[in-house]
Design a protein around this ligand. Structure first.
Ligand code: 5GP
Ligand code: MN
Length: 340
């Protein structure tokens, strides 16, 4: 925690500064909700602030207030690099290691002289920031930004705009307040955000009820591809590039698909394998229920990581080889996965 550093951060932010805020690559609802929530807060404190995302993100978060101001490193490498170079403070949000911003962008952030502040809830954070606020028990980075503003003694500064961003991040990272990371404190925070002007029904609608027809058709295909290994309480889905193409795949379309595997009765481990020919990789998402750590599984076998119950990874083998590897590894975890 950064308790001892609060007064230092208060004085650091006591005068207007050039501040850059960075979410992880392929930002999700929490990454953008937390960065834009902090953005609006720091703007109110009279700083010169910009959010620079590593790359683009799905439409279902593009309605967030301030979205039109977000720059993408991948689209404007020179402009954004000069903003990074002149920043005096860089906040990195919702990730625990600089390579999670992408290799080149991560190197650029590392090389900058700016004072770095990490706010994050992923396990095993790297030690690159001068101030690290890391708490793996937190539901979301957005909840931590609320706490951060509280530590700054400035909860009154949270207006409807900030509340909308933070509510969105908490809602998406908790699976709409259902994952075990959702605490009574989370509900207190969310209640306060509604009091401060977050329109919960509208936010839910903006995020979850803006499906395209082709995305629902793709979901149908994913469900047809769902395989179950009942004796290891595991379910997995794969989607090839050809399948994605045939359903007009757009970034974000497969968000949440992996959770359907976990919704099967008795299943405690779910995975989805998504071929990405442009990047030459298979992107994998892992989810679990209970004590089985997908963070450790993803770290050990698929160059990834994350949380105990939600993690990601990647493979440079073909889709088929990647799935075969997964199936061949599973029996090693028999004692943890099989019915007791
Ligand atoms: P998702 O499956 O939704 O992409 O990611 C689930 C969680 O795992 C998120 O908290 C995400 O930040 C983390 N995560 C996803 N991919 C990776 C990865 O390649 N490496 C690490 N360290 N974490 C990841
Ligand atoms: Mn998060």
């Amino acid at each position: 925690m950064i308790t001892g550093a609060i007064s230092e951060i208060k004085s650091l932010l006591g005068k207007p500064s050039n501040i850059v805020i960075v979410p992880h690559k392929n930002p999700d609802g929490d990454a953008m909700g937390s960065t834009l929530g902090l953005y609006h807060y720091l703007l109110k404190c009279k700083h010169d602030v910009v959010v620079i995302a590593p790359n683009d993100y799905p439409d279902f978060i593009k309605w967030l207030p301030g979205d039109e101001t977000v720059l993408k490193y991948e689209n404007q490498p020179e402009v954004t690099a000069s903003l990074i170079n002149r920043a005096s403070v860089i906040f990195t949000l919702d990730f625990n290691a600089l390579h999670r911003a992408g290799d080149n962008y991560g190197d650029l952030i590392e090389a900058s002289d700016a004072i770095k502040v990490m706010i994050d809830h992923h396990q095993q954070p790297d030690d690159y920031a001068k101030y690290t606020y890391s708490d793996v028990s937190m539901s979301s980075t957005s909840e931590m930004v609320y706490n951060f503003i509280e530590m700054m003694g400035n909860l009154d500064a949270i207006d409807a705009t900030i509340a909308t961003c933070l509510y969105t991040g908490i809602m998406t990272d908790t699976g709409s307040f259902r994952f075990p990371s959702t605490t009574s404190r989370t509900h207190h925070v969310v209640a306060d955000l509604i009091d401060k002007g977050a329109n919960n029904a509208e936010i839910h609608n903006n995020v979850y009820d803006t499906n395209s027809y082709s995305r629902l058709q793709l979901l149908g295909r994913a469900m047809q591809n769902l395989k179950v290994v009942p004796e290891l309480r595991t379910a997995y889905i794969s989607l090839s590039q050809a399948e994605l193409d045939s359903f007009n795949f757009k970034k974000g379309d497969t968000e949440g698909f992996v959770n359907y595997g976990l919704s099967l009765k008795g299943i405690i481990f779910a995975a989805i394998f998504i071929e990405n020919k442009a990047e030459g990789i298979v992107k994998i998402s892992f989810r679990s229920k209970g004590e089985f750590s997908v963070n450790e599984f993803a770290r050990a076998h698929f160059n990834g990581g994350g949380h105990t119950n939600a993690a990601g990874g990647r493979s440079q083998s073909t889709l088929e080889e990647t799935v075969d590897k997964f199936i061949s590894i599973l029996p090693q975890y028999k004692s943890q996965l099989s019915q007791k």
